[in-house]
Design a protein around this ligand. Structure first.
Ligand code: NAP
Length: 362
């Protein structure tokens, strides 16, 4: 037999052997789980995430009025939500005193109100965790949140309710004396200034409330404001002007905090006239900076669209952010109203939006 004539048959035979060999190998791989189809891979990844992390349908991040209200509504929608409280459980209301505009309570202490909100959310079935979310992964669903403790949570939807934090002026001397006479929380630190002179910087609700509260301890409170008109509600202004312990200084801003080196302590503030630029000193032992709040958006920087100086952008009339499945409620997204009751309202909206999103994705 001429071998040359048989070459095409030999080539076909080799091809068949090759096909049988490789298909056999891939079957073996599939059998042992080394290889799977794209769909299987996706399914495996999803199941891996679900088993590796504590999974929930709705993860709520933040524990102010928006977070706890979302917890109540999501629990009642049988979504078994998990709420991670964050750095300041209860949020900004835990650093205020009387709240007089929470419907149903003519007067309630801010910290008490937040304790009641937490108990309400828990009672409805919301799991509340004392931890801080440090990282969010939102490229694929379920989303993954990593906490300070190292624990990871996966979630089909996330409600962000991280609120806002006190702003600082950014002066080097303010930084130097922070915790040594400079504070942004009268309820936390007012007690240390019994019988002493105190200055408050700002003209909004927070500044006026802090000034009024500080008269419980201080011999005198100087309110330094950069204009001659307060932004605070009229009822608070009335109380301020009637209080003989408070002296407003108009058209002035803080220029420098003056104090001792060792030990560190405040002795006075140097203030500047906004009209003339003239500097003058006001003696005081404590300075409370109350110039507003900035949204706490560190967690979602470069993840969600923001606007109006960093507030998380939501579709008008909803809590939907630029990432489907992530919802934002409260001071984190609201640069206009910023009230406990409006935050609570947005928390309710976020839970309803999340419920709709989950049922439509199922
Ligand atoms: P805010 O209303 O924004 O007032 C900030 C104040 O600080 C303003 O008077 C502002 O002056 C002044 N300010 C801002 N930057 C300054 C700077 N660089 N130097 C000097 N002064 C500066 O903030 P807020 O008082 O913290 O209130 C935040 C939100 O929470 C508001 O919506 C408020 O109504 C709400 N809140 C409500 C309650 C309550 O209902 N009981 C209590 C506290 C807060 P200008 O006026 O000149 O802008």
């Amino acid at each position: 037999m001429n071998i040359i004539n048989q070459l095409p048959i030999i080539a076909i035979l080799f091809q068949h052997i090759e096909i049988i060999f490789y298909s056999g190998l891939s079957n073996i791989k599939r059998f042992w789980g080394f290889e799977s189809s794209n769909q299987q891979l996706y399914q495996n990844k999803y199941e891996e995430k679900m088993s590796q992390y504590h999974h929930t349908k709705v993860l709520i991040i933040g524990s102010g009025p928006a977070g706890y209200t979302a917890g109540v509504y999501a629990s009642r929608a049988m979504l078994s939500p998990i709420l991670i409280q964050g750095i300041e459980p209860g949020g900004q209301l835990t650093t205020t005193t009387e709240v007089e505009n929470w419907p149903g309570d003519t007067e309630v202490q801010g910290p008490d109100l937040m304790v009641r909100m937490e108990a309400h959310a828990k009672e409805m079935g919301c799991e509340i965790i004392g931890d801080i979310v440090t990282k969010l992964e939102v490229d694929s669903r379920p989303f993954v949140a990593t906490c300070d403790s190292g624990k990871k949570y996966s979630a089909d939807a996330i409600i962000l309710a991280t609120g806002a934090r006190a702003k600082w002026l950014g002066l080097p001397s303010e930084e130097k004396y922070k915790g040594f006479g400079v504070s942004a929380c009268a309820t936390c630190d007012g007690f240390f200034y019994r019988g002493q002179e105190i200055a408050v910087i700002g003209g909004g609700n927070t500044a006026v409330e802090e000034a009024l509260f500080l008269t419980n301890f201080a011999s005198k409170v100087t309110l330094v404001h950069r204009r001659d008109e307060l932004r605070a509600e009229k009822i608070l202004q009335d109380r301020l002007f009637k209080n003989s312990k408070i002296e407003p200084i108009w058209f002035h801003e803080l220029d420098e905090v003056i104090g001792t080196e060792s030990p560190l302590g405040v002795e006075a503030i140097r203030i500047k006239n906004t009209m003339t630029g003239k500097l003058s000193d006001v003696p005081c032992k404590g300075v409370f900076v109350a110039i507003g709040h900035a949204p706490a958006t560190e967690l979602v920087k470069n993840i969600l669209d923001t606007h109006n100086g960093g507030y998380v952008k939501v579709e008008p009339g909803s809590t939907r952010t630029s990432v489907p499945g992530i919802f934002a409620a409260g001071d984190l997204t609201d640069h206009i109203y910023r009230q406990a009751v409006t935050s609570a309202g947005m928390g309710c909206m976020a839970a309803l939006d999340a419920e709709k999103f989950i049922s439509e994705s199922d």
